[in-house]
Design a protein around this ligand. Structure first.
Ligand SMILES: O=P(O)(O)OC[C@H]1O[C@H](O)[C@H](O)[C@@H](O)[C@@H]1O
Length: 545
């Protein structure tokens, strides 16, 4: 359906993108000495500095017009009202209900979503307390010290990321995450675990995911072998929407923590899928995580567009992707505890926005989700940052900095932050030929040598980044940070007109895996000639002593 309002907004952005110097950033600082302050916004504990993005005041105005024309803020409101914003699957996307306090009632269509959420939270809380106080123990009478979450994708990445970010040695339990169907992962994890003290959570929204079911079977066999068949059940619990399948797997109903289909996998760490976090970190920490996300929900739903952090982050992405044609973005948390945050964002953003068809079924006329990748700083500086500084096209960066560490090594922390801040500066300012030549001359280089190396040592600059600053990393600030990106994704869905809540693209490989398994087992011949040849070679190599 043509939307002239949105078309006009896109046309204005296209016009601005054709203007000379559209991607220049240093010029924006030169034109406005207050740019850093003007482009810095706060919500809750989060500071978002967009000044080093390539968004100029004129571009911002056009982007805000686009937001209005595409109804991006209204889309968040429709989500909160429990409308079927996931149009292809005719479902709500009501992860906001998972962290809404009891007084705030939310509905998914006809269903009282809040009642379901708070019922599950109460059950999770009881279960967590019973495990921690020893009321619930393993089959031998030993207390549970370790929780093993078996799940993949959204049933793994969020909790694994948050456990890595928030776990400390004084936490009540240790958490382990098994995702890959590669049994090397299982073997590596079980070597660290005592089955008598391990609680296994089978985490799967559908409870049909091949990898998770395979790993759950391995874990149950491991428990049965160590403790006896009848005892394995005492060590198992399930986190799922599919109660029939959990029963068929043999998990007692009081060990099943449910959620609804209006919770998307990549938005599910706040649901029963987060039980490993409650167990490992304690209920208080889990509750603070939810409260942090709730704080960001309230901000996203109420802040004016020009001050709305998730919307502004989304708009900067639109400019970088659509205006300037930058096809990728890097995420660099300068905090080792956030090592799995880029992996979580990879699923959150690319599974949500990696689509070329709009929600109404028509082809998306513009680029949509960029490639998202990342690593913690400073490690990334010694890895892919070369390409980001001097590669053929800019790759915008999200720098995530944490002001106060939770260790006593102040000097290390200053070094860490100095590096993060310096990277953003280097990307912006670059280094021109005159500066390179002067530096080389000062170091005594001959003119011929300067001429030879000059092209290699010049940095163009004007490479965009945004900086997110947290006062410290704790459950509350992590909840805010994750929800910030969740809402950014939803805003981008609205801006691009695509459904950010489905993921049909992951189906084809799953379907074909059945056929390739038959080929590997010699029950059928692979249809694809390249697969058939590789299957034959795998058979030959596997048969070798
Ligand atoms: O939780 P599950 O149903 O096991 O699904 C696990 C994951 O696999 C699917 O293929 C989807 O790509 C993910 O969105 C999902 O989180």
């Amino acid at each position: 359906m043509p939307d002239t309002h949105a078309d006009a907004a896109w046309a204005e952005l296209d016009r601005l993108a054709r203007e000379p110097g559209a991607g220049a950033i240093r010029a924006l600082f030169a034109a406005d000495p207050d740019r850093a302050a003007r482009m810095t916004h706060r919500a809750g504990d989060i500071l978002l500095d967009l000044s080093r993005s390539a968004v100029s005041p004129a571009v911002l105005e056009a982007l805000l017009a686009l937001a209005e024309a595409t109804g991006a803020p209204g889309f968040l409101a429709a989500m909160a009202r429990g409308e079927a914003v996931n149009a292809t699957e005719r479902r709500a996307a009501l992860h906001m209900a998972l962290r809404a306090p009891e007084g705030v009632r939310m509905r998914a269509g006809e269903e009282d979503a809040s009642a379901a959420v708070h019922g599950t939270l109460a059950a999770m809380r009881r279960f967590t307390a019973q495990v921690h106080d020893g009321t619930l123990r393993g089959a031998t009478g030993a207390r549970f010290t370790d929780v093993l979450n078996i799940g993949i994708g959204g049933s793994d990445l969020g909790p694994a990321m948050a456990a890595r970010a928030l776990w400390t040695p004084v936490a009540p339990m240790r958490a382990h995450y098994l995702a890959n169907v590669d049994a090397h992962a299982f073997e590596e994890i079980r070597a660290r675990l005592d089955p008598a003290r391990t609680l296994v959570l089978v985490a799967s929204k559908t409870f049909t995911t091949q990898e998770t079911m395979a790993n759950a079977a391995l874990a149950r066999a491991w428990l049965a072998q160590a403790l006896g068949e009848a005892c394995a059940g005492a060590h198992l619990a399930a986190l799922s929407t599919n109660l029939e399948a959990t029963a068929a797997f043999g998990i007692a109903p009081d060990r099943v923590f449910g959620f609804r289909d209006w919770v998307g996998g990549r938005f599910s760490m706040w649901s029963a899928i987060g039980l490993s976090l409650a167990l490992a970190l304690g209920w208080e920490a889990f509750a603070r995580l939810l409260a942090g996300a709730r704080m960001m929900d309230e901000h996203a739903l109420t802040a004016a567009p020009g001050r709305n952090l998730p919307l502004l982050l989304a708009l900067a992405e639109v400019w970088h992707v659509n205006g300037l044609g930058y096809p990728a973005r890097a995420v660099l948390p300068y905090d080792e505890r956030l090592a799995r945050f880029p992996a979580h964002l990879q699923q959150l953003e690319m599974e949500s926005l990696g689509k070329a068809v709009r929600a109404d079924g028509t082809p998306a006329p513009r680029a949509t989700g960029p490639v998202v990748f990342g690593e913690p700083g400073t490690n990334a500086q010694h890895s892919f940052m070369q390409l980001i500084h001097q590669g053929p096209r800019p790759v915008p960066v999200d720098f995530i900095l944490v002001a106060r560490p939770d260790h006593p090594h102040a000097e290390s922390h200053r070094t860490l932050l100095a590096n993060g801040l310096a990277q953003a500066e280097a990307l912006l300012h670059g280094k021109d030929a005159a500066a390179v030549a002067a530096e080389m001359r000062a170091a005594g280089a001959a003119e011929a040598e300067i001429a030879r190396l000059l092209p290699h040592r010049v940095f163009t600059g004007d490479r965009p980044s945004v900086t997110i600053l947290l006062p410290r990393l704790d459950p509350g600030t992590l909840g805010q940070l994750v929800a910030l990106y969740e809402h950014k994704v939803a805003c981008l869905g609205a801006l691009w007109g695509i459904n950010p809540f489905d993921q049909w693209g992951v189906e084809l490989g799953k379907q074909l895996a059945g056929g390739t398994l038959a080929a590997l087992e010699g029950r059928a011949r692979a249809k694809d000639p390249a697969t058939a040849a590789l299957v034959a070679e795998i058979g030959r190599l596997a048969a070798q002593p």
